[in-house]
Design a protein around this ligand. Structure first.
Ligand SMILES: C[S@@+](CC[C@H](N)C(=O)[O-])C[C@H]1O[C@@H](n2cnc3c(N)ncnc32)[C@H](O)[C@@H]1O
Length: 233
């Protein structure tokens, strides 16, 4: 079994998380591994600043990231934003709200507190819209984005990288270049999907970039080795 699945299933709160989200689609292990990769990055930030941040997860689907975050991490609140309505047991999670909304119409008043923006497998233009929201809202201090299908590679250098390496690297690079300073790309080999690049960005002054923070441990868990190196742009 993947170590991320083992770690997730060993949490005391796993039954509560699963009871809240209710349904994980036809590849639950893949979805758990993706969410867990994001949670590992989130905890690096929030354990250094308990009760400071809210999490806003865009294109949230089954909301596994924000629901896990409110159960596990010292955050003030978590929001799942998705254009589809989902009738689940959301009321079981404290400090969590599922909002049915198109991310192109998202209200900036949502970002009136220090925020960490997350998005897992938001495809094509949705990844670029996520970065636009990050760039346009000062209170969003960090971004953690795991992109999925590629959008336009409208630049010969990106097309060169696509041909020499692969599409996912070229797409991750295009996205990372939109994030300003303090951005890194990492690849998480424990994610059960080939779409396993993660773009982490932090706004200047506020914090150290996420990737330079030493990883803390979770109570009963052993220290979990970092998945791969990464590049800073
Ligand atoms: C590939 S799924 C990813 C779901 C989840 N983040 C995960 O990793 O399992 C993409 C999600 O984006 C949502 N979505 C697509 N377009 C959207 C939009 N314009 N605004 C908000 N959500 C959108 C879909 O409803 C779907 O739940």
């Amino acid at each position: 079994m993947s170590r991320y699945i083992t770690e997730f299933l060993s949490l005391k709160c796993t039954p509560d998380i699963l009871a809240t989200v209710g349904h994980l689609g036809n590849k639950p292990e893949k979805e758990i591994s993706e969410a867990w990769a994001i949670i590992r990055k989130l905890r690096k930030i929030v354990l250094r600043h308990p009760d400071k941040f809210q999490i806003v997860d865009l294109c949230s689907g089954n909301a596994l990231v924000p629901v896990t975050a409110v159960h596990l991490l010292p955050i003030v609140k978590a929001y799942a934003i998705d254009k589809l309505p989902r009738d689940r047991n959301w009321h079981l999670a404290r400090n969590f709200i599922y909002i049915k909304e198109d991310i192109y119409n998202i209200k900036t008043s949502l970002f009136n507190k220090p925020t960490i923006l997350t998005a897992v497998h938001s495809c094509r233009n949705l990844a670029e819209q996520t970065i636009k929201i990050y760039n346009e809202n000062d209170q969003i201090k960090h971004l953690i984005l795991m992109p999925c299908c590629q959008g336009k590679l409208d630049n010969p250098i990106l097309r060169f990288i696509k041909n020499e390496m692969n599409t996912d690297v070229a797409w991750a690079l295009k996205l990372a270049l939109q994030c300003g300073e303090g951005v890194r790309i990492t690849k998480d080999k424990f994610v059960l999907s080939p779409k396993n690049y993660i773009i982490s960005a932090s706004k200047k002054v506020v914090e150290e970039p996420i990737e330079t923070i030493e990883e803390p441990t979770f109570g009963v868990h052993k220290r979990i080795g970092e998945s791969s190196g990464g590049v800073t742009l």
